[in-house]
Ligand binder design. Structure first.
Ligand SMILES: [Zn+2]
Ligand SMILES: [Zn+2]
Length: 216
């Protein structure tokens, strides 16, 4: 171990150096006893774009890494606030976010080596089980090369997976009027008071069409 005294110190750069350490732990530091990592990370540091998930402020990330034989198991919790758009009223709202994750990392085997062709872990154990086989509690599988893990792409993917398909600002959200576009959470619009076509007239037209099916 090299003494702390000659570790580079870059003033304001210290924070980003720490963030880098949280997201890129060295393999040699991950033992069977485990390695705990925690930090407050921005969406940018995780490679998130607004098209993925928009994060308000930072995310509190706490991870526990444990090496068992050749596999590194990562468990942890991610907490923060996402800014999502309600699918009904189209307004942005703050959505509290908290989820736990459980993934595994294995060393990437070079596809060119003869061993890899015979025993490619990607063929043996799919990272995501196919639809309908969800009962098999496989950890999501990621790969590493070199001397450290890259946690950012994994965290980004887990954040996207944890996001709701149809975000709602509230279960009771009334959405927008399909006719005039008014946000009905702010009160009723006048569309209901001024019907544009009598429903009886519509029915009459339909009946007439049924009477003369040959007419085109
Ligand atoms: Zn809404
Ligand atoms: Zn309306």
């Amino acid at each position: 171990m090299i003494g702390d005294f000659d570790a580079p110190r870059w003033g304001s750069g210290t924070l980003s150096r720490m963030t880098m350490d949280v997201l890129t732990p060295k393999i040699v530091d991950i033992t069977a006893e485990g390695l705990s990592l925690s930090g407050d990370l921005t969406g940018e540091e995780l490679g998130l774009t607004d098209a993925d998930v928009s994060i308000r402020g930072t995310l509190a990330v706490g991870l526990e890494l444990r090496a068992i034989e050749r596999t590194i198991y990562v468990t942890g919790v991610v907490e923060g606030t996402a800014v999502r758009q309600c699918v009904r009223c189209l307004k942005d709202f703050d959505d509290p976010l908290a989820f736990s994750l459980r993934v595994a990392y294995e060393r990437e085997v070079k596809a060119t080596s003869a061993v890899a062709k015979r025993d490619d872990p990607r063929k043996r154990k799919p990272a995501a089980p196919p639809e309908g086989e969800a009962e098999e509690q496989n950890d999501d599988l990621y790969y590493f090369t070199g001397d450290h893990l890259e946690l950012a792409p994994m965290l980004r993917e887990q954040l996207i997976l944890a996001s709701p398909m149809h975000p709602l600002c509230s279960e009771e959200c009334r959405g927008l009027c399909t006719r005039c576009g008014k946000d009905l959470n702010e009160g009723p619009c006048r569309c209901g008071e001024e019907p544009t076509g009598s429903p009886f007239q519509v029915l009459r037209t339909m009946k007439e069409k049924l009477k003369d099916p040959g007419e085109r």
